[in-house]
Design a protein around this ligand. Sequence first.
Ligand code: AMP
Length: 281
Amino acid sequence: MLEVFDTVAAMKAWARGRRRDGRSLGLVPTMGYLHEGHLSLLRQARRECDAVVISIFVNPTQFGPGEDLASYPKDLKRDLALASEVPVDAAFCPTPAEMYPEPYFTYVDVATLTAGLCGASRPGHFRGVATVVTKLLQILGPDRAYFGAKDAQQLAVIRRLAADLNFDTAIVGVPTVREPDGLALSSRNVYLSPGERRAAPVLYRALQAARAQAAAGERDAGQLLATLQSTIAAEPLARIDYAAVVDPVTLQPITRLCGQALAAVAVRFGKARLIDNMLLP
Ligand code: AMP
């Protein structure tokens, strides 16, 4: 039976009870409108933890002015039904006022890692993410928390946050779930028109082309970047936000590949902004 909580106090009491029973607790933070990507995080948590909590919260502090906070897709009833099937033990679905009661003054900033990539085009985004994740880890005290590799910068920021602030929670990264044509699943894919949807797998094709080039021995990151850019530029509906080849841990741009590198792209199609990434060998 899925138990649903909308207050911090009730959620804390439940989590405390689970931990007192000596049961391991897994947390999967989401903004709802669940798809197979979210379900893959939940299923992995189910396999690895005695009790699993999903949080469903469209976190206002991680949206900038003019972003899609008001139009972000929602379907709580369907989300709870999907979570029940996994099955998940508890869902935490607070209101913004419950998470950020007035007055609210405290935010968590992870430096350096948040300056580039999505941090450059979405100022304040990772401050909102780091703040809400810190609050969720405080509220639940989970043994493990699960995040998708699709949001590679978010995963790197949260790993850093958990290490820097001495959280006991293990941060677990889960591989990206894709549509058959390679498009990474995202709640924001609903913004795509049919034509944009047909064009959107260009992100995956560009990343694959860069990976193939790296696998064939290309070590010059500039060449790989050119492949990313030219593949995306060939798609008329795509407007490139960024393409980058970075160190997977520090997220700093690299010029030559030695060890693993991360290729990351953000591309706009109409009002949708899609991101994707791939590790290069
Ligand atoms: P969101 O609801 O978009 O904030 O995503 C909640 C969690 O699901 C984040 O950790 C995401 O990285 C993860 N996630 C979103 N899409 C995917 C995907 N296609 N594959 C794997 N994980 C995903």
